[in-house]
Design a protein around this ligand. Structure first.
Ligand SMILES: *[C@@H]1O[C@H](CO)[C@@H](O)[C@H](O)[C@H]1NC(C)=O
Ligand SMILES: *[C@@H]1O[C@H](CO)[C@@H](O)[C@H](O)[C@H]1NC(C)=O
Ligand SMILES: *[C@@H]1O[C@H](CO)[C@@H](O)[C@H](O)[C@H]1NC(C)=O
Ligand SMILES: *[C@@H]1O[C@H](CO)[C@@H](O)[C@H](O)[C@H]1NC(C)=O
Length: 471
């Protein structure tokens, strides 16, 4: 051995030890079986999730209640559901006179001991965030045997959040409530998501927390509230605490924060391929049907909900070859008829009827979806037919849509004489296939000699059927 290698040779065993022992330690840490997850389910769920498994906790204030009651009444689940308003103080004693609306309320605990440091915000954000703790404390019994009567999901919203309860039940039923889930959606406004987070469920759109997660979150929430005094809203506080627990958002596109203003028909005409779960900020947008006030318009949409909740706003497109029209149905809401052939992907983009949440000149979005520009002159826009009435006959649901003509417009073009559109369909069921792997349905135009009326049938597409004029 050359002399210069001798010292190395002597120290080699030590070197090997130095190198090998730590890596063995690391390996053993990696190979050690991890402790079983506390929330891991051992038995499959026996019953499907239904309304009785949901607990609604809605943030309201005694001051805003009178103006928000009409919204709450449209969707409030029937008794004996677990649905509560959380208020800052006792409401006026005559508020329960509103039949068919909320009847149970909780006055939230004080929040003086928590810091609120966001300049220009309001302290009520702490109270609203703590509803998570308050509702779990009130309802989350400490039994781990998963009784069928137990709460499976805690649902949170504001007093101006409108929930589509049956669809919400279906969407939450996809997930195992014994695992940790945080379900909701982002804002339509890129700017809002940049400011808060793309991974946060915006509180106005509503969000849901599985019972297993709710139990843990309720225990740790107060500590988080001490640390996150600098945040603006309640949703950001809940999100921060969930992030610390290591939980991410499960985004469901049917929740709508509606950070938009003006006419949101462009949004309602091209809903994502998912059940409609919520709408928010209806005080800030125009009534969703023309010629009605906001409450009337919302109640009108709920007429469709009564007949086929799952189908509401689901978009179906078909073509009238003889007249060269493209027809886009947003079921239970409105139908649009375009002259000429428009490919399906173009119709899935949102027509820019609305304005951005943030007001100011030259602000044009951007939004979390693709937008199509419309002609500035409302008279040049494609004709739109709004839902008028719905009925059932021999197992078919018939919805009819009447033409809406903006003020001072005169009709022209090949759709000039068209007055009414009738659509028939069967009730859509929320089965697993539709929930996990939804497919858009197809429609066809029923041949007719009437220039005033169009009849359209909606049905599941054939296996290889394409939504295109050439099939
Ligand atoms: C409750 O009573 C007050 C005072 O009489 C009245 O102004 C208010 O409109 C009532 N509110 C409701 C919800 O009936
Ligand atoms: C909306 O219209 C309904 C029915 O006409 C009416 O009862 C209600 O008071 C109106 N609401 C508002 C806020 O104007
Ligand atoms: C809607 O109302 C009109 C007029 O009241 C009626 O003729 C029509 O049959 C109704 N259509 C449906 C689908 O209920
Ligand atoms: C409709 O026309 C009348 C008369 O020309 C005008 O006064 C009114 O402002 C117009 N309305 C709209 C919505 O353009």
């Amino acid at each position: 051995m050359p002399p210069f290698l001798r010292p190395l040779f002597k120290t080699l065993p030590t070197l090997i030890l130095i190198l090998i022992i730590p890596s063995l330690c690391i390996l053993s840490t990696l190979l050690r079986p991890s402790p079983p997850l506390p929330q891991s389910p051992t038995t499959p769920t026996t019953t499907p999730t239904s309304l009785r498994h949901l607990a609604f906790a809605i943030a309201a204030s005694a001051g805003s209640l009178p103006t928000r009651l009409p919204y709450l009444q449209t969707w409030w689940p029937p008794n004996p559901s677990r649905a509560f308003l959380f208020l800052d103080r006792r409401p006026p004693s005559n508020w329960t006179a509103h039949l068919g609306g909320p009847t149970r309320y909780v006055v939230s605990e004080g929040t003086q001991r928590f810091p609120y440091l966001y300049r220009g915000g309001t302290r009520s954000a702490i109270r609203v965030a703590r509803i998570v703790k308050e509702v779990v404390g009130a309802l989350g019994r400490d039994d781990d045997d998963d009784d069928d009567d137990d709460v499976r999901w805690y649902v949170f919203g504001d007093d101006d959040t409108v929930f589509f309860v049956d669809n919400l039940v279906g969407v939450l039923g996809k997930y195992d409530h014994r695992l940790w889930y945080y379900v909701g959606s982002w804002s339509e406004s890129v700017e809002q998501n940049v400011r808060y987070s793309f991974d946060m469920a915006f509180g106005g759109g509503g969000f849901a927390i599985s019972a297993a997660l709710g139990k843990v979150l309720a225990t740790v929430l107060d500590g988080c509230l001490m640390r996150y005094g600098h945040l603006y809203g309640s949703d950001a506080r809940v999100f921060a605490c969930l992030a610390e627990l290591g939980v991410g958002l499960t985004r469901e596109p049917g929740f709508h924060q509606v950070d938009l203003r003006g006419d949101i028909s462009g949004m309602l005409l091209a809903h994502p391929l998912a059940p409609l779960v919520s709408l928010h900020h209806l005080d800030y947008v125009e009534p969703i049907f023309p010629g009605m006030n906001r409450t009337q318009a919302l109640k009108h949409l709920f007429e469709s909900v009564k007949f086929d909740s799952e189908r509401v706003l689901q978009q179906t497109v078909c073509y009238d070859r003889s007249k060269s029209w493209t027809i886009s149905v947003s079921w239970g809401y409105a139908v649009q008829v375009f002259e000429g052939v428009k490919p399906l992907p173009d119709l899935l983009q949102l027509q820019r009827t609305f304005m951005p949440w943030k007001r100011g000149t030259n602000i044009k979005g951007p939004y979390m979806f693709n937008v199509n520009e419309l002609p500035r002159n409302p008279c040049e826009r494609p004709p739109i037919f709004f839902m008028r009435n719905i009925s059932t006959d021999k197992g078919l649901i018939w919805s009819s849509y009447n033409r809406y003509l903006p003020k001072n417009c005169t009709r022209s073009g090949s759709t000039k004489k068209l007055e009414q559109i009738k659509v028939f369909s069967r009730k859509k069921e929320l089965d697993d296939e539709q929930l996990w792997a939804p497919r858009r349905q197809c429609c066809h135009v029923v041949p007719s000699f009437s220039p005033r009326e169009l009849e359209i049938g909606i049905r599941p597409c054939g296996n290889e059927e394409l939504i295109s004029i050439s099939t």
